[in-house]
Design a protein around this ligand. Structure first.
Ligand code: URA
Length: 211
């Protein structure tokens, strides 16, 4: 895998749904549903390089060797809380995957990430980790989440977000050049509060209806 990989997922279905989801008057229900659908579509792209193994099966006509993935080797790592919005869509595509959680909050003054929860499955060294966090803004919480995740020694790590700011991508890849980033769009910049512009606002609040 090459260094500082950035994959912008330009599929028209993803872009169309992202445009709908950005709109400020969209209901919580609709926001959640769109995020779910986008996650399913992103799962196709993120798993493109996933290894397959040939297994023997019987079709109605013959025996054949056919490729299968081992979903149990995948672990989705949810960065709480907004990462949860991407989880169900991903699990619909890879239902056998395991799920880990990282809880981080951004200190409102320093914007630095502080950890409050961390739980991963066993045998992480046998698993490919796909980290889910919709907004790569300053990148501080993503950097901290992946740093912590690396301590568990997963076989590989990919980072999936919905929107990224150029500042966040730079920060993330300065710390983790070995972790590819998958995003549906790279927006213009961060504002003074660390929000992505034009962005979509606070992903957690919009997902859970807490504002
Ligand atoms: N987190 C969000 O939910 N939105 C942003 O724009 C930045 C961080």
């Amino acid at each position: 895998m090459s260094e500082r990989e950035l994959h912008v997922l330009t599929h028209p279905l993803i872009q169309h749904k992202l445009t709908l989801l950005r709109q400020k008057d969209r209901s919580t229900n609709s926001f959640r549903r769109l995020l779910h659908e986008i996650a399913m579509l992103m799962a196709y792209e993120v798993t493109r390089e996933m290894p397959t193994q040939l297994v023997q099966i019987e079709t109605p006509l013959a025996t054949m060797q056919a490729p299968m993935i081992d979903g149990k080797k995948t672990v989705f790592v949810v960065v709480m809380r907004a990462g949860a919005g991407l989880l169900d869509g991903m699990l619909e595509v890879i239902p056998g995957a395991r799920v880990g959680h990282v809880g981080l909050y951004r200190d409102p003054k320093t914007l630095v990430a502080v950890e409050y929860y961390f739980k991963m499955p066993h045998d992480m060294h046998e698993r490919d980790a796909i980290v889910l966090d919709p907004m790569l803004a300053t990148g501080n919480s993503a950097v901290a989440a992946v740093e912590r995740l690396k301590e568990t020694g997963p076989r590989s790590i990919r980072f999936v977000c919905l929107l990224a700011a150029p500042e966040g991508i730079r920060n993330f890849h300065d710390h983790h050049p070995d972790v590819p980033v998958y995003t549906a769009a790279v927006d213009s910049h961060l504002n003074d509060h660390g929000y992505i512009v034009p962005g979509l606002g606070d992903a957690g609040d919009r997902l859970f209806g807490t504002k």
